[in-house]
Design a protein around this ligand. Sequence first.
Ligand SMILES: [Zn+2]
Length: 572
Amino acid sequence: MNGTKYKSTRPQALLVSALAVLLVAGTSARAGEQPKLILQITVDALRGDLPSRFDNVLGDGGFRYLMEDGIHYTNAHYQHANTETIVGHVSLATGTVPAAHGMVANVWFDRELDRLVYNIEDSRYRLLTAGADVDRKTEIDPTQKAAKVDGRSPNNILTSTLSDEMAIHFAGRSKIFGVSVKDRGAVSLAGHAGKAFWFSKASGEFVTSNYYYEQYPDWVNEWNARKPASSYAGKSWELMHPSAKYLFGDADDREYETDLAGFGRVFPHAYGKADDKYFTTKLTLSPAGDELTLDFAKTLLNNEQLGQDEVPDYLAISFSSNDYVGHLFGASSLEIEDNLARLDRTLANLFAYVDKKVGLANTLIVLSADHGQPEAPGYLHGLGIDKAHYFDTNALDKTPAIAALKKQFGFGEELIEAYFHPYIYLNRELIRDNGLDQAVVENAVAAELKKFKGVAEAVSSTALRTASLPDTLLMRTILRNFHPKRSGDIYLVFEPDVFINDFDGLIVASTHGSPWRYDTFVPVIFAGAGLPGMMVSRAVTPYDIAPTLAAWLGVKPPSGAIGTPLSEVLPK
Ligand SMILES: [Zn+2]
């Protein structure tokens, strides 16, 4: 290029021909050519330490393939305060924080509509399958249960996703799909331009809405007609290995674990009959949910012919079981350990299939999680850590401190109208009718709440708006979670190991959603596409993933992206 004459000597010629052989053999996709498939895997609630903690029950080709053959970032943390499912998934998809992408919580109270809103609800886009909407009588997911509007779309996501940017860059030629048991796990990553499928517990099928399709592709109808979920009827979730192989092999029965509708606290966990009203729910509380997701995703990959031409395609798969199992049994349970062992087999199966159909050298894989996972207080108590406890938010309005405030302001009725994690909503009408200033009341209530046992921080939205805040790490995480149109009146943070565990009468073992390290800690692993095995311990964030994929593909980053491309991953 600079005019220097290239002097061909024998060793160099050998090197050049060796490189040519490597490229022809397809062992490296890092020399500038595009991968044919981006495979973005999310494991719901996979805390960063869990795969290596349970290494003893892992096999080959799954997590070990990722951790040994891929680039494993061992110090990745979210930097927003509300570590909930939609918040994390959309952060992975968009490379930014909820203050920008707008998904501040699984549910929020919309003051204009005067009701609770579910993150991806959209009544304009009905589900294609009649009767597939959330069955609120049997739904155990509190956020789904609380939302009363059916229909789903990604329209509440305010910034673009990496998948959107691929659609734009490649002029609509990229095939883009998101699949998950959870609707929000699929819709988030498919973005505004892709197509999403999720598991309906009401119908036992994978479904979608007419945002994406007017009618199902034939292969979806065929998959659903096979009724794969019913093959689990009468069967049980059993241990994969002899119990001595597990870290928690002798600790199956713990009194703080949840026994949902006869699923039990110990192995084997019986799924019951197909017509049992909790049958499909039990599938999602076990490895079966991930196995069904795998089977559907493989069928999709084959029928939609992903990764078969020169334009990169995108497939996002979010495995949900780990989250449900964690809520019911805790992060240190035999159930979470066996679920991980089974998920490891599910991943190995997926990678073998992708290798056969597309080739792992042509596939850029990235695995992460939407959030981490806390320990159940009962488990911590057994280790002598007594300070862990559950917090009763129903009692908030009744406490002497709030009663005194109400007396001071002259309120007779409920001042705290609602608490929907992570926000407190005040009775604005009451404040107005009493001729009081919203900001003054917000700040006074926040100041009282801060004195509660178990409360680490309570910050009013007025304070966030005016930025009259101490510049602490915790405050920054809350600010990154703040959206003026969606955030509630007061952001409440509990101390580490303090949780809410009562969801409409369903008592769970543990609840994530805090800004503490156990909830922000997730794995970030890139593999395939000729990447070398490498462990990286420098601090990175999951917001870096979308910008890294964008940089690799040469497409512009998503509209709100704040992450930085990871240099270890990018083609040299
Ligand atoms: Zn989650």
